[in-house]
Design a protein around this ligand. Structure first.
Ligand SMILES: [Zn+2]
Ligand SMILES: [Zn+2]
Length: 466
């Protein structure tokens, strides 16, 4: 019986903890920007205001809490940087162009639903958990997990929609009766035990029994006491994972599934389409107000659209044209580029073209992994030298994590096309030694430019498991 199996699994401490904990290595959360400090999507607002209090204030003079000794603002820095609402320079946090757009949005008289939609749109190109366009990418991963269990995209979308419709505005409904709760909890299997699959294969009767049991457990126990039941402990009302988190998880996945595979001729068509889909669930939103707000902050929202749909290349540009040589040498190489608005892309392009050419010349048109791999060269018809490409050692997408600009020649690595593809596309066992070698070669120089990074962190950026 399903419920008996469930009780047995709960006795397995590792299984129990894996699903309760919202830590990085556990299965406890679907989206990695939800944690103790972010129980719902609109917690971004709270985080924003906290950090805004210390905007342009040297971090060394941030106040420390008397109870836990940490800076009060610390818990919000990661989400604010990874959503690119704030950036930092030396020890000072400041608002990006996107941050100013976000604060204009908060200052407007938007309703809860309108604010929810705008927050969702604003963070769509964030790089949470070091994954650019995190929300789209993560939703794809979850969808794949569902499809592997025989749940079609259509069925999953429908489940999410039903869950939102049934539970969002009915606080007294028993959320333990919903199937989605079990999807949200057990979306990932644990060391070969796929509880969600067993749940799906069980009869309606068995599922009902399990749901009743969990609901009973929740009633009987004190929230602060560690319980013997995974679900009721995880969703205890005082915990870091609440009903609001569940609702927002479902909403984020639902809207993402509706919009991520669309083809849009431009940003306007995209935002019109999203807003229209959103209006179907929330008819009272003012579509006109939202679209005119986006139009007024076009440079920010156009870039978000371009990043989401691949019109801005962050990683490997296998372009047909070789990097051009710049005639305009007047570009300021030391500026910190605010990459949250569309115009910045031109500046970025200018700076990086100069730096790429500099990096190639410094390497004498040789691959920097030459001591390590068999490099393959051909002669470029444009430069009449080895055709080489330039790679950002610290990936461009995570630049906002750093206090200094990563657009410095020390961060530009010259590679032959084969090694470049390897660094991006190779198996971890092959990428790891290459990365280790490049790290040893560069980390001192990077440090001198204010880019102090450990090898462990670098590996995380490449999503290489330790
Ligand atoms: Zn090479
Ligand atoms: Zn690259």
């Amino acid at each position: 019986m399903l419920v008996e199996l469930y009780k047995d699994l709960c006795k397995n401490e590792r299984w129990y903890n894996a699903y309760c904990s919202t830590g990085e290595k556990s299965n406890g959360k679907i989206f990695f920007f939800f944690n103790t400090n972010y129980r719902k999507l609109l917690s971004f607002e709270e985080g924003y205001y906290v950090l805004k209090n210390v905007e342009n204030v040297e971090r060394s003079s941030w106040e420390h809490s008397s109870s836990h000794g940490q800076e009060i603002e610390k818990q919000h820095t990661v989400n604010m940087l990874k959503s690119k609402i704030f950036s930092k320079n030396a020890n000072v946090y400041y608002r990006s162009k996107k941050g100013f757009a976000y604060s204009d949005m908060l200052a407007k008289d938007f309703s809860y639903d309108e604010k929810w939609l705008m927050t969702y749109l604003t963070i769509l190109n964030g790089y949470f958990a070091n994954v650019p366009n995190y929300i789209f990418e993560r939703t794809k991963v979850i969808l794949k997990m569902m499809e592997e269990r025989g749940v079609s995209r259509e069925a999953y979308t429908k489940l999410l929609k039903n869950f939102i419709n049934t539970y969002e505005n009915h606080s007294n409904n028993n959320i333990f009766e919903s199937d989605y709760l079990f999807f949200d909890t057990f979306y990932q299997n644990f060391e070969g035990i796929d509880f969600l699959k067993l749940f799906l294969e069980a009869s309606e009767e068995e599922r009902k029994e399990l749901k009743l049991y969990v609901a009973e457990q929740r009633k009987d126990r004190v929230a602060t006491k560690k319980q013997i039941d995974t679900i009721s402990y995880k969703y205890k009302s005082t915990g870091s994972y609440t009903r609001a988190t569940l609702i927002d998880n479902a909403k984020i996945q639902y809207f993402t599934l509706l919009i991520m595979d669309g083809t849009y001729s431009d940003y306007q068509e995209f935002y019109q389409s999203v807003t229209e889909k959103f209006r179907q669930l929330y008819p009272s939103i003012n579509v006109h107000e939202i679209l005119s707000f986006i139009e007024n902050h076009k440079s920010v929202y156009e870039l978000i659209f371009n990043e989401l749909f691949g019109n801005v290349q962050y990683s490997l540009n296998f372009g047909r044209k070789e990097d051009e040589t710049v005639s305009d040498q007047s570009v300021d190489l030391d500026q910190r580029i605010d990459d949250t608005e569309a115009e910045a892309v031109n500046t970025y392009h200018k700076v990086s073209t100069v730096l790429k050419n500099l990096a190639k010349a410094n390497s004498n048109y040789k691959c920097e992994l030459e001591d390590f791999f068999d490099c393959q060269y051909f002669t470029s018809k444009e430069s009449h030298k080895h055709y080489v490409e330039v790679h950002h050692l610290i990936p461009r997408a995570v630049g906002n994590d750093f206090e200094s600009s990563i657009e410095v020649v020390e961060n530009y690595v010259t590679l032959c096309p084969k090694c470049h593809r390897l660094v991006h596309l190779g198996e971890d066992v092959e990428r790891k030694p290459a990365l280790h070698y490049l790290y040893l070669k560069r980390h001192e120089k990077l440090k001198e430019r204010g880019l102090d990074i450990t090898e462990k962190q670098l590996k995380k950026y490449y999503l290489i498991e330790e």
